[in-house]
Design a protein around this ligand. Structure first.
Ligand SMILES: [Zn+2]
Length: 224
């Protein structure tokens, strides 16, 4: 068993009929880029693939390419978006589960959890967990934070909601078993060098600088 892992985040793959949110195209990748990541993950027990946002491409492209390679992944879906254009449907979630994939929560409506009211928090956590839990047949204990945006209040809410693992977007390797799991998002400009850097821990000075800047911002607003 490895002591640390590389968590990868996939958002959307290939064409979509959905109008993307501002900046969202930055995390959208071509099919060949996605396949390149999967090929690099084959045979690596220290690489974990996750999906955010519950896009239709999770089931249409993501799933068959995983199955072809004998890989497993975890899908963090948006409970309030099921069946909307370009999003995964309830049947799609069932298909993921039937193929042996795991499903966790990315909340209800893709809100920034640092900026929600108590009522919205109820929808993002309680309601989403209930809807997703009914599909998976077990309580939701793992979530991925929308926009990687969290602070102490968000983490307290997650703890109270019984969450046992929180996936962020902080980058770098993750210690196995830790409550907070940093992940690395694949982006539209993904290339073989990025895969080498992230998978094998060789980090470019540019990436280190970006990570330190992001952590300092989080520290200022009170996250651990
Ligand atoms: Zn998201």
């Amino acid at each position: 068993m490895p002591t640390s892992v590389v968590n990868i985040t996939v958002h959307g793959i290939g064409p979509t009929c959905r109008t993307l949110d501002p900046g969202e195209e930055g995390t959208w990748v071509r099919v060949d880029q996605y396949e390149r990541v999967l090929d690099a993950a084959v045979g690596r027990d220290d690489v974990r693939i996750t999906f955010d946002d519950g896009n239709a491409s999770d089931v249409e492209v993501g799933l068959p390419k995983l199955v072809e390679r004998g890989l497993k992944a975890q899908f963090f879906v948006l409970a309030g978006e099921f069946g909307k254009p370009g999003r995964v449907s309830v049947d799609g979630v069932r298909e993921l589960l039937a193929a042996g994939m795991s499903v966790g929560s990315h909340g209800w409506a893709h809100r920034d959890w640092r900026r929600i009211t108590d009522e919205q928090a109820q929808e993002e956590l309680d309601d989403a967990h209930r809807v997703i839990g009914e599909l998976t047949g077990e309580p939701v204990t793992e979530v991925a934070v929308p926009f990687g945006s969290y602070d102490r209040i968000v983490l307290n809410r997650l703890r109270k909601a019984g969450v046992r693992r929180v996936y962020t977007s902080d980058g770098g390797r993750a210690a196995v078993g830790r409550w907070l799991q940093p992940r690395n998002s694949i982006r539209h400009d993904l290339d073989p060098e990025w895969i080498r850097n992230v998978f094998d821990g060789r980090t470019s000075p540019k990436l280190i600088a970006r990570r330190i800047a992001a952590r300092n911002v989080k520290r200022l607003r009170g996250a651990p």
